[in-house]
Design a protein around this ligand. Structure first.
Ligand SMILES: [Zn+2]
Length: 374
């Protein structure tokens, strides 16, 4: 039923349209036209103005022909990471890669291509379906900013399928962590390193002591912590007066997240005090966790839809955030589904054509499961 050639061409066309975060406009214009041609009612919301992108989120409505079916929503993000300009996709008949100078952008254009193809098939074959809403979000890669600013008053869906994960089709991510980001500034005191070092407070050394007292990496099964950026100092002959550290804590349990974030903060403050240094610590709640169970309808449907087309469903935890964190928080039970993209955010990113096709089949199977009232 899936037109492989058309699907591959559509995917290649999508990745050739540059859409790095905050510059999604060209892709959005292209998609609005496609969706309207397919007969969907399309709006672009105002989120772009709030997050300094040149486009808003696309919200499209596909009116159902079965009234009783639960309204559902599918989402994918339009933006890509860098290097993501002038992508030149190459296809050997089995696998699609970039030319090695950029990412491929299968994250998340594999999902967009599969959704467009699914809508096309539904229309062409006159397949029965309930109300379907499609969200193409902006700025996912820079902190889920599009989803956070999505105008949900426009939505009727009761659950969401977020098509945005790597791995084989049938993998269903039912839980994801919360994340806090930390920006820590340690203020020491500058002094000439040779003439009067005793008057200085070495901020780099304070940072070093503090870091050596922190446990980082995997804290427990549900919690991780990292300091990923350190910068400071100007010259070898100056006692450095300022160091900035940037890091994050993630946990699938809210209490653990807060507790461990607090612990890191305490270590910094205690160490700084020992050395008479000062600190500024900014903690930002990036996104909140969710934990769905197999009894949740959205999970249930995902499992059944996979089985119905001979795919092995596999429930798994995600280590990172996605638009699903935001949708769950906003009251839409949401799972993240794998769409076959591999090695995302690298120059080796690729996708198998087989998986692109499977994603289309899976989307159609979900729509069919919902339409048949299960
Ligand atoms: Zn993604």
């Amino acid at each position: 039923m899936v037109n492989e050639k058309g699907l591959v061409e559509s995917f290649m066309e999508l990745v050739r349209i540059d859409s790095i975060s905050r510059e999604e406009r060209n892709l959005a214009d292209f998609l609005v036209e496609k969706l309207e041609d397919l007969g969907l009612e399309v709006i672009v919301d105002q989120a772009g103005e709030k997050v300094k992108s040149n486009s808003g989120n696309i919200i499209a409505r596909f009116k159902g022909n079965i009234k009783e079916a639960t309204p559902i929503m599918f989402s994918a993000h339009m933006d890509t990471v860098v290097p993501g300009k002038n992508i030149n996709p190459l296809c050997d008949g089995e696998k699609i890669v970039s030319d090695g100078k950029t990412i491929l952008g299968a994250d998340d254009k594999a999902a967009i291509a599969a959704l467009l193809e699914s809508l096309h098939i539904i229309k062409k074959k006159n397949i029965s379906h309930g109300d379907i809403e499609i969200i193409f979000s902006i700025c996912e890669e820079v902190g889920l900013k599009g989803a956070k600013n999505l105008d949900i008053s426009e939505l009727n869906a009761r659950m969401a399928f977020v098509l945005d994960a790597g791995g084989r089709i049938g993998k269903i991510y039912t839980t994801a962590p919360s994340q806090n980001s930390l920006e820590i500034i340690i203020h020491g005191k500058s002094a000439h390193a040779g003439a009067n070092p005793e008057e200085g407070i070495n901020a780099i050394q304070v940072a070093g002591f503090a870091l050596s007292r922190m446990k980082l990496g995997r804290i427990d099964e549900e919690t991780t912590a990292n300091i990923g950026v350190i910068s400071g100092g100007n010259a070898t002959n100056i006692v450095p007066d300022k160091v900035t550290l940037k890091g994050e804590v993630r946990s699938r349990k809210e209490e653990k997240l807060e507790k461990y974030t607090e612990k890191l903060k305490q270590i910094i403050e205690d160490t700084a005090q020992e050395f008479k240094a000062k600190t500024e610590i900014k903690i930002n709640k990036e996104y909140r966790c969710y934990n769905l169970s197999p009894d949740d309808q959205v999970v249930n449907i995902s499992i059944k839809a996979a089985k119905d087309i001979g795919l092995q469903p596999l429930l798994c935890p995600s280590g990172g955030g996605s638009d699903a964190n935001v949708f769950n928080k906003k009251g839409f039970p949401s799972v993240v589904l794998a769409v076959g993209m591999e090695k995302v955010h690298t120059l080796e990113e690729y996708i198998l054509i087989k998986e692109l096709k499977n994603t289309v089949k899976y989307i159609l199977s979900i729509i069919n499961t919902v339409a048949s009232g299960e």
